[in-house]
Design a protein around this ligand. Sequence first.
Ligand SMILES: *[C@@H]1O[C@H](CO)[C@@H](O)[C@H](O)[C@H]1NC(C)=O
Ligand SMILES: *[C@@H]1O[C@H](CO)[C@@H](O)[C@H](O)[C@H]1NC(C)=O
Ligand SMILES: *[C@@H]1O[C@H](CO)[C@@H](O)[C@H](O)[C@H]1NC(C)=O
Ligand SMILES: *[C@@H]1O[C@H](CO)[C@@H](O)[C@H](O)[C@H]1NC(C)=O
Ligand SMILES: *[C@@H]1O[C@H](CO)[C@@H](O)[C@H](O)[C@H]1NC(C)=O
Length: 244
Amino acid sequence: MLLFPLPLRLFFFSLFLLNVQIASASPTNLNTNGYRLARGLPPLPPRDFGQRKPGQDPTPVLRARASPSPSSVVRYTGRLQVRSENRSTIGYVQDKSGLPVSTGSDLVVSVTASLTRKEQLNILATPTTTALPSPFYIGASTQSSSENATIGTGVATTLQLTNVTKTDALSKPVKSDNVDALVESAIWTINSSTKELTAQYVNPDGSLPSTFLVYDNADTQLYLVGDTTSLNATFAPVKLFIVD
Ligand SMILES: *[C@@H]1O[C@H](CO)[C@@H](O)[C@H](O)[C@H]1NC(C)=O
Ligand SMILES: *[C@@H]1O[C@H](CO)[C@@H](O)[C@H](O)[C@H]1NC(C)=O
Ligand SMILES: *[C@@H]1O[C@H](CO)[C@@H](O)[C@H](O)[C@H]1NC(C)=O
Ligand SMILES: *[C@@H]1O[C@H](CO)[C@@H](O)[C@H](O)[C@H]1NC(C)=O
Ligand SMILES: *[C@@H]1O[C@H](CO)[C@@H](O)[C@H](O)[C@H]1NC(C)=O
C-alpha cells in the first residue's frame, strides 16, 4: 500500500537530494560565529584583539586613530608630538608659521601608508590658520637653494623641518616652487604599533645618510641632521609621534 501519492513521494525524494547537495557543497565549519549564532550560541571571543604584543609601547600614543580602508591603505590622523629621549613630552608641532614646537594650537596631520608596499611616506598637514598654505607637506628644507643639501657623519649641515611642496619617494632634494630652497617631503616611515615617525633623507648624490631628528630649544624648531656630535648645546635628539 502506498502511504503517499506518487507526486508527493517524488517531492520528498527531491528534498532529500537537495539536502545532500547543500551539505556537500559547503563543508560545515562549526567554529564560525554564523554557525553559532544560528544555533543560539554566544559568539566566539575575538582572536588577537586587545592583547599587547611584546615590545609595544603602552603609552597613550596607541590611541592615535588608524582607519583601515578597503584599498589596503591605513591612514593615521592626529597631532605631531615631540618627545625627548627620556620619553618626556616637549610639545606639539604648532599650527603657526615656522611650525614651532609648543602647546596651544596644535597642527593636525595625516599619514597614509600602504599595507602591501613599503615606501617612504608623506606627512600631509591641514592647517586651520591663514598663516600657512593649505594643504602642505612636512619635510626637510635648506635655507637657500645654493646651500649644499648634503648631511652625514662629520657634516655640520642642519635641515629645517618645515612646510614643503610634495616630492616623490626616494627623490633627491628638489628646488621648491614656493621659495628659494631645496626640499624633500616623502622621507617618513611610521611604526604601526607605536606611531613613531622616523625620517630617511636622500642626499643630492642619492645616498641615504643616517638621519637624526633634533630639537633646538633656543628657537623651538625641529631639524634633520646627519651628525649630532657637532651640534650646539641647545640641540637635543628627539622622537616624533602621531597622537590623538
Ligand atoms: C616599533 O616599535 C617597537 C617599540 O620600539 C619595536 O619593538 C618594533 O620593532 C618597531 N617596529 C618596527 C617595524 O620598526
Ligand atoms: C628629559 O630630558 C629633557 C631634556 O632633553 C629634560 O629637560 C627633562 O628634565 C628630562 N626629564 C626627566 C624626567 O629626566
Ligand atoms: C611655507 O609656508 C610659508 C607661509 O605660507 C610660505 O611663504 C613658504 O613658501 C612655505 N615654504 C615652502 C618651502 O613651501
Ligand atoms: C657637499 O658636501 C659634501 C659633504 O661635506 C661633500 O662631500 C660634497 O662634495 C659637497 N658638494 C658640493 C657640490 O660642494
Ligand atoms: C651655534 O651657536 C653659535 C654661537 O654660539 C651660533 O653662531 C650658531 O649659529 C649656532 N648654530 C646653530 C646651528 O644654531
